[in-house]
Design a protein around this ligand. Structure first.
Ligand SMILES: [Zn+2]
Length: 184
């Protein structure tokens, strides 16, 4: 299950095949544009140079919270304070929105900046926690991957971001290790 906040957290991409290579997609204008488009947000492109560090720091905090929650840690006051601080960055107004046959309540940011994007990301994380999804936060068990996701399976058994990719890779690795220990 993909959320605005997991998408943001995963902008620090790790090569899941395992050569330790990382790519900070937050620095790529193409990724920034696709991210805004996907989540129907507006902000200047590319991200102004002076705002990159703040966004990277917030992403680090979010990834840290996700790791803590994935280990069954309770929500801490530190998380609550950090999220509230970001929520306070941008005022928003409520609006009732109707598309097709669904009606939903949305928050409209009053400014179109990366500060308000950060507030929206914080709101998305806050909504996941408020909806009781904190215990479904996972970090892909492929240590090279570290992808953040929400486990939406009924029996809460999802261990990898993608069973066909990381799941298979780990299966092959375990198989090779078994073979190696059998032959010694
Ligand atoms: Zn993975």
């Amino acid at each position: 299950m993909n959320k605005l906040w997991t998408d943001f957290a995963n902008s620090l991409w790790h090569d899941w095949r395992g050569d330790g290579h990382t790519e900070d997609r937050l620095l790529m204008t193409k990724w920034q544009a696709a991210f805004l488009e996907t989540w129907k947000l507006q902000a200047p492109l590319p991200i102004p140079a002076g705002e990159i560090a703040g966004l990277q720091q917030f992403r680090e905090s979010l990834r840290g919270f996700a790791i803590q929650l994935s280990m069954d840690t309770a929500i801490t006051q530190e998380m609550v304070d950090a999220i509230n601080e970001k929520l306070g960055l941008s005022p928003a107004t409520r609006q009732l929105k109707q598309d097709d046959d669904a009606v939903q309540m949305v928050w409209l940011p009053q400014e179109h900046t990366w500060r308000s994007v950060m507030a929206e990301v914080a709101a998305s994380f806050a909504q996941s926690l408020a909806a009781g999804l904190g215990s479904r936060i996972r970090i892909c068990e492929n240590n090279n991957c570290k992808w953040v996701f929400l486990d939406d399976t009924r029996n809460r058994s999802k261990r990898f971001c993608d069973d066909k990719m990381c799941g298979n890779l780990m299966k092959v690795r375990r198989f090779r290790e078994r073979k190696k220990s059998d032959s010694t």
